[in-house]
Design a protein around this ligand. Structure first.
Ligand code: HEM
Ligand SMILES: [Cu+2]
Length: 537
């Protein structure tokens, strides 16, 4: 085994204290990475339990109805609040954003470390809630059930409230970093598109998250003191809760997907050796998505009794979001066109993203259309749709980014062979698990049910078999990634011949990112100007 002898951020300074008190954005990114991977594992275990229970009809195979409610709530809450929201920005974004800008760190390194510990603190509340009976409300905590059920709602919602602060602080940090710490000469239009997407995400994090915080505080007050804001018996309105909740949670789905789109905009040019097509259109469509995301929350409430006119406007506005998303898909495809495409692992995940996110997005149109949503609302069609977007979209892009920056993060390569096998298993397993659910939902299978009619059994069984293939893919991934940490081949500084600034330093980077201040000699996507191979300059 070759050792990483030169000084880098992993070996200098040494000692566990230098890690837990670190102000280095790279180390904080790595700590986030470990924390979110642990959350993903935990959320994944709950997912497997749900699928096991649904393998046969009749209910009560692994667990009773009450436990089932707790299991899907924990799965959803962990995946959303502990995994997917922080995943790309706080882990990968933290690691690469300053390097992409040619900066030494983020604008507020102490705030960055505070964000991480706030995340850990919030996660502890969630764990406490799990150990004291968990929650059975669904990750949406809808009233009046959440204010009356006797499960541990307060500790879970308090955890989510705290996690929100972590997300807000990361957002503030990134906004200031992008404004203030760009390398001289790096104008806005010379920034990598991943930076643009993190910037748009940060705006949503800062503006939308406080609404969730206030909503959860009201929920806790209602539950503890019966203030009556959501309880009709006291003059309150339970639907008001849904407005508040989705006013955050719809924009939040863009906190999940925008950074993923940013990663895809990085990977496709590198692995097709082409300049990104429509740079400005991609950059501005991120901002457009961020803006429109605040106007469409009502599409979650078409059947809540809202007025027909409101529903029509929300439906119309929902279709508007498809335009900037479609622009991005078009631009990525145009970049691929006539490119010299390499099927390296990060590219396999990018192609998976393109395929799966498109299905996720288009099925969203069925849900955004009033007439079809009435039929599909709260069925497995919705479950399939959001897994295609969140897992087929965000998780695929996250895995693409993870495999792309892995050599930079650790200075080691993983086994390309096993990584490809795993990528194929994840893709196949994912589709078998979730495509079946579109059909189930269209046929009327409701979501959040632990039992069902026998007519749904075959499709539920396929879905569960798919989840085993998916799990196998992830187990293989865990093995080769951990193996690469101990026995992996030493990574070159720029294994993908990428033109990104973050690849001009060593792998792993020195503690201060760049030993000499880098000079901008070309844009991040100038593959048309620079012949591949001559890319480190
Ligand atoms: C390992 C693969 C996964 C499997 C097999 C899986 C399976 C499931 C199942 C069966 C449900 C319950 C549907 C219902 O009865 O309503 C569910 C709900 C959910 N899943 Fe997943 N899931 C997976 C990954 C993910 C990921 C990666 C995310 C997000 C990052 C996610 C987010 C959610 C959410 C938000 C819910 C809704 C929970 C609720 O209804 O309160 N899942 N999942
Ligand atoms: Cu929405």
């Amino acid at each position: 085994m070759e050792t990483l002898s030169e000084r880098n951020y992993l070996n200098e300074p040494r000692g566990w204290k230098s890690w837990i008190f670190t102000l280095d954005h790279k180390r904080i990114g790595v700590m986030y990475l470990i924390a979110i991977m642990a959350s993903f594992l935990l959320g994944g275990v709950f997912a497997m339990l749900i699928r096991m229970e649904l393998l046969h009809f009749g209910g009560k195979h692994l667990m009773g109805a009450q436990t089932y409610n707790q299991v899907f709530t924990l799965h959803g809450a962990i995946m959303i609040f502990l995994f997917i929201i922080p995943s790309i920005p706080a882990a990968l974004g933290n690691f690469v954003l300053p390097q992409m800008l040619g900066a030494k760190d983020v604008a507020f390194p102490r705030l960055n470390l505070a964000s991480f510990y706030i995340y850990v603190f919030g996660a502890l509340f969630a764990v406490y809630s799990m150990s004291t009976g968990a929650v059975d409300t669904g990750w949406t905590f809808y009233t009046p059930y959440s204010t009356t059920t006797n499960t541990s709602v307060i500790s879970m919602t308090l955890g989510v409230l705290i996690l929100g602060f972590s997300s807000i602080f990361t957002g503030i940090n990134f906004i200031v970093t992008v404004h203030k710490l760009r390398l001289p000469g790096m104008t806005w239009y010379k920034m990598p598109l991943f930076v643009w997407s993190l910037y748009a995400t940060a705006i949503i994090q800062v503006l939308a998250t406080p609404i969730l915080g206030i909503t959860l505080i009201l929920l806790m007050l209602e539950r503890t003191f019966g203030i009556g804001i959501f309880d009709p018996a006291m003059g309150g309105d339970p639907v008001l809760y849904q407005h508040f909740f989705w006013f955050y949670s719809h924009p939040a789905v863009y906190i999940m997907i925008l950074p993923a789109m940013g990663i895809i905009s990085e990977l496709i040019p590198v692995f097709s050796r082409r300049k990104i097509f429509g740079y400005k259109a991609i950059a501005f469509s991120s901002l457009a998505i961020a803006f429109v995301s605040f106007l469409v929350w009502g599409h979650h409430m078409f059947v809540s009794g809202q007025s027909q006119y409101a529903a029509m406007i929300f439906s119309f506005l929902t279709f508007l979001v498809a335009i900037p998303s479609g622009i991005k898909i078009f631009n990525w495809l145009a970049t691929l066109y006539k490119g010299s495409i390499s099927l390296a692992v990060p590219m396999l995940y990018s192609l998976s993203f393109l395929f799966l996110f498109t299905i996720g997005g288009l099925t969203g149109m069925f849900l955004g259309a009033l007439a079809t949503d009435v039929h599909l609302h709260d069925t497995y069609f919705v479950v399939a749709h959001f897994h295609y977007v969140m897992m087929g979209g965000t998780v695929m892009a996250f895995l693409g980014g993870l495999h792309y920056w892995w050599p930079k993060i650790w200075g080691r390569m993983y086994s390309e062979f096993w990584a490809r096998i795993s990528a194929v298993l994840v893709f196949l397993g994912f589709n078998i698990t979730f495509f079946t659910q579109f059909i189930l939902g269209a046929k009327g299978m409701p979501r959040r049910y632990y039992n069902y009619l026998d007519q749904y059994q075959p499709l539920h069984a396929y879905s569960t078999y798919g989840s085993w293939i998916l799990a196998l893919g992830f187990i293989i991934m865990a093995v080769y990634l951990i193996h690469s940490l101990v026995k992996g081949r030493r990574a070159p500084d720029n294994p993908w011949q990428s033109l990104g600034l973050e690849w001009t330093n060593s792998s792993p980077p020195p503690p201060e990112n760049f030993t000499v201040t880098p000079k901008l000699t070309h844009g991040p996507y100038d593959y048309d100007k620079i012949v591949s191979g001559d890319s480190t300059g």
